[in-house]
Design a protein. Sequence first.
Length: 97
Amino acid sequence: MATYVTLYRFTEQGLRNIKDTVKRAEAAKKAASQVGVTVKEVLWTQGQYDIVVISEASDEVAANALTLNTLKQGNVHGQTLRAFTAAEMERILEKVV
């Protein structure tokens, strides 16, 4: 399973409906499981980004489907980063010449 870190910022709509953010996160977790993604953690943060989501997906198709399903709701803008474990990084470094 590949790990992804997604950084979200609230839109105006998301801020207007801020009291529903935890409910929306729970709904997103359920939607994620329907497309083959496991949401490991949802964290609300201070600073440049409002929410950080750590998830695992079997492939990029599933990960992108979750991102698009989330963004189309209109409550957040996001950026998804592929993350690598230490073991994955060791395999990558083996190929560095």
